[in-house]
Design a protein around this ligand. Structure first.
Ligand SMILES: CCCCCCCC/C=C\CCCCCCCC(=O)OC[C@H](COP(=O)(O)O[C@@H]1[C@H](O)[C@H](OP(=O)(O)O)[C@@H](O)[C@H](O)[C@H]1O)OC(=O)CCCCCCC/C=C\CCCCCCCC
Ligand SMILES: Nc1ccn([C@@H]2O[C@H](COP(=O)(O)O)[C@@H](O)[C@H]2O)c(=O)n1
Ligand SMILES: [Mg+2]
Ligand SMILES: [Mg+2]
Length: 239
């Protein structure tokens, strides 16, 4: 984090902001604020929420998904995944948003995402018995991590990375979790519905690839602009 988040956001308006972060975040902030305030009153810290939330997501994904229990896995993950919105909300209410908190939150996001798509991959590598879908799950896992890395690395070298892209983390999670939850109803006798998960994984894979290209192109342009500005500054100083 080169500069505080608020300053960075004000300095560089983000274009191509993904839909959920733009529209759903405000709604969930309103809904979750009283719960966040309740946890604060009970003496719970934002870091504790971040850690317990991640542990719950990882457990839900790795206990249930490799066994094909997509409904129960998704129910458990859904119960814990909203902790990612509660922790930041608590930190802001406390006036204690910190660099450490931002680092912990983003790092554990990667762990949670790894467990979710790893859980799908383990299912398809085992009893799900589908090499192509196993590969697509691994692609979703890897591309999601790289998409996030592009932003983190771009910002670490002083660029604004003023694009979020088509499919950022919230989209990856909502598309795959909604599909997994419904696909899981197949084990309760609902016919045909199991295809939702493969469809969602393909959508996340293609969407992540598009997002990756959008971010790389943005970083390349911003990097060229920053270097041109630095050269112009240097030649002005030399005159
Ligand atoms: C009959 C079947 C029943 C099935 C059971 C229930 C199904 C429920 C299904 C789904 C629920 C999905 C909920 C998913 C909620 C996701 C919330 C979340 O964690 O969002 C995180 C996201 C990002 O937060 P951060 O800023 O902390 O993270 C940054 C991000 O990770 C960056 O990554 P990048 O984008 O770059 O890849 C990193 O770069 C950065 O480091 C990191 O800090 O938060 C948001 O984006 C906010 C918006 C959240 C919107 C949540 C919308 C939930 C919408 C619908 C859920 C309800 C669906 C109901 C289905 C009903 C089925 C019956
Ligand atoms: N343990 C934590 C978690 C988060 N933060 C701060 O919140 C920001 C993330 O907000 P979300 O609504 O996306 O959770 C993060 O950048 C930190 O500033 C924190 O301080 N401690
Ligand atoms: Mg969070
Ligand atoms: Mg997070």
């Amino acid at each position: 984090m080169g500069q505080p988040e608020a300053t960075r956001a004000a300095a560089t308006p983000t274009v191509g902001k993904a839909m959920l972060n733009k529209y759903a975040r405000a709604f969930f902030t309103r809904v979750l604020t009283p719960f966040a305030a309740f946890l604060i009153r009970r003496g719970v810290s934002p870091d504790t929420v971040t850690l317990i939330g991640t542990a719950g997501v990882v457990a839900g994904a790795l206990v249930f998904y490799p066994r094909g229990e997509f409904f129960w896995g998704t129910v458990v993950i859904t119960l814990f995944v909203f902790s990612d919105l509660v922790d930041g909300n608590m930190a802001r209410q406390l006036g204690r948003s910190s660099r450490w908190g931002a680092f912990l939150d983003s790092t554990l996001d990667r762990v949670a995402d790894g467990a979710i798509f790893g859980g799908f991959a383990l299912w398809y590598a085992g009893r799900g018995d589908d090499n192509v879908l196993c590969a697509v799950s691994i692609f979703c896992l890897a591309s999601g991590q790289v998409v996030s890395y592009t932003k983190a690395r771009g910002e670490s070298i002083g660029l604004p990375v003023a694009v979020n892209g088509l499919v950022e983390r919230a989209e990856r999670l909502v598309i795959s979790l909604v599909a997994a939850g419904f696909a899981g109803l197949h084990t309760f006798g609902v016919p045909g519905i199991q295809w939702l998960l493969p469809i969602a994984l393909w959508i996340v894979a293609v969407g992540s690839l598009v997002t990756l290209v959008q971010r790389v192109v943005t970083v390349r342009r911003e990097s060229a602009e920053a270097e041109a500005a630095a050269r112009a500054g240097a030649s002005e100083a030399a005159q």
